[in-house]
Design a protein around this ligand. Structure first.
Ligand code: DLL
Length: 435
């Protein structure tokens, strides 16, 4: 039987949901226009006033907000509530420029945790579960978000944060953890460590995992499910929209249901900004209609995705988004061809290799080069150079069939590629260093 955290909302008729969104959008646009000069200026520039927005059908009239706007307005320029009403901040790591800082009122925190509680309930979580949260805690939203959701559901919450993998496994066994929350790359590492410690899935009680914060493939899902003996579910979100819980997977596992009572999604053409019809691949845009301190109108996520209203067997009526294919800024253009790390990952796992790899892109004599270092499993090791060369050649051919260009493949010894405890770094693009 399917479990819901808030059945009324999660299974609401399309008509009622639209009505709710209409009301909330109109109120949100007013709130933002009146309280945030940055938005008022953007709207004035486009010649739009709050009176022009009468329902979600008018959404397209609003200007977009981009990451550059967030950086421009750093730190307080988009704040829509007095600081005295804010109780928390979270932030991105800021590796690609200034940090993005998001503010929360008490109510914002409550709604965010509620979204995460929906995700935990959808994987079968109840107050009888023990939920091990090994996303990072602190400024990153992963730990605090799932922790809040787990408390709401009433699970026994293990606030582990990431790292110290053997201790994670010891706690998992001692406390009988049944649900684990972390990045998919860390889940793979935990699975590997479990087996290195001489343990099997019979030694742990895990039944489900809630994995997100980075792109991952169906192949990776199957590999994690096997190594931890669980069902692996996807969860999506970004700091700007509160964190995890914008959308979550249900038992059908064909995409993530978006919490539409809080976030209105659109798919746009990333080049022209034109809104695309359901089923098209494009950039995901979100409007948050309940956030008080840090609302976003038409925020461009840069995530490439597809939306679908196809009926779901779980009974939820919330629209679904496919697994994001990657960010438009993760996409590598190599010799003019668009390549996503996820395509390479899919080939590796399909061919029986580990999901531990590193892609290095460079430019030599005006020619792009792509080198993929791939870790072998111990049973793939051979002391015959010829065998190794053959394996490398076959793998390069499989990759060429997928991405259209010929990479140089280097098979490396087991455990030689650095493991990730948070978001994995899969690509080093040296061309950017020369430019
Ligand atoms: O990663 C929030 C989060 C924490 C989501 C825990 C899920 C679980 P940021 O650090 O701001 O926030 O990064 C957001 O990560 O725009 C996507 O590109 C990527 N991302 C997040 N979830 C997924 C997912 C958190 N399930 C950025 N699949 C987003 C693919 C994801 N990419």
């Amino acid at each position: 039987m399917e479990n819901y955290w808030n059945q009324e909302i999660e299974c609401m008729s399309r008509e009622d949901m639209k009505k709710l969104q209409d009301e909330r959008l109109v109120a949100q646009v007013k709130h933002v226009y009146e309280n945030v000069k940055y938005y008022r200026d953007l709207m004035d520039e486009k010649g739009v006033t709050p009176d022009d927005i009468r329902s979600t059908d008018d959404l397209h009239k609003l200007p977009f907000l981009t990451k550059a706007d967030l950086r421009d307005a750093y730190p307080y320029g988009l704040l829509a509530k007095p600081l005295s009403e804010c109780t928390e901040i979270h932030s991105t790591s800021g590796t690609t420029g200034k940090r993005v800082v998001a503010f929360y009122t008490k109510n914002d925190i409550d709604l965010w945790h509620d979204c995460c509680a929906r995700a935990i309930t959808a994987v079968g979580g109840t107050k009888d579960d023990v939920c091990q949260v090994c996303y990072g805690y602190g400024l990153f939203t992963g730990g605090p978000g799932l922790d809040g959701g787990s408390h709401k559901v009433g699970c026994l919450t293990l606030p582990m944060s990431s790292g110290n993998t053997e201790r994670q496994i010891q706690f998992m066994r001692d406390m009988g953890a049944t649900i684990i929350c972390c990045t998919p790359s860390y889940a793979a590492y935990i699975g590997e460590t479990l087996h290195d410690m001489g343990l099997t899935t019979d030694d742990i009680k895990l039944k489900a995992g809630i994995f997100g914060a980075e792109p991952w493939t169906e192949e990776m899902r199957r590999s994690i499910e096997k190594s931890l003996g669980i069902k692996a579910y996807d969860i999506y979100g970004l700091t700007e929209t509160s964190g995890p819980g914008v959308s979550f997977e249900c038992s059908e596992q064909t995409g993530m249901h978006i919490n539409e009572d809080h976030f209105i999604p659109e798919i746009i053409d990333p080049d022209t900004g034109e809104v695309l019809p359901e089923g098209s691949v494009g950039e995901l845009v979100f409007t948050s209609i309940t956030k008080e301190a840090f609302p976003l109108l038409r925020y461009r996520t840069r995530d490439l995705c597809v939306l679908s209203r196809k009926k779901c067997s779980c009974g939820r009526t919330l629209i679904k988004m496919a697994k994001p294919m990657g960010r438009s800024d993760d996409m590598m253009i190599i010799r003019g061809v668009n390549v996503f790390p996820s395509q390479i990952e899919a080939v590796l796992i399909e061919q029986g290799y580990s999901p531990n790899y590193l892609i290095e892109v460079d430019r030599v004599n005006n020619n792009d080069t792509i080198d993929v270092s791939v870790e072998m499993n111990p049973d793939q090791l051979s002391d015959k150079v010829k065998d190794m060369q053959k394996q490398e050649r076959l793998l390069a051919e499989a990759m060429k069939a997928m991405i259209g260009i010929n990479p140089k493949v280097h098979l490396v010894t087991p455990k030689s590629i650095t493991r990730s405890e948070g978001k994995a770094v899969r690509v080093i693009d040296r061309r950017k260093l020369h430019d």
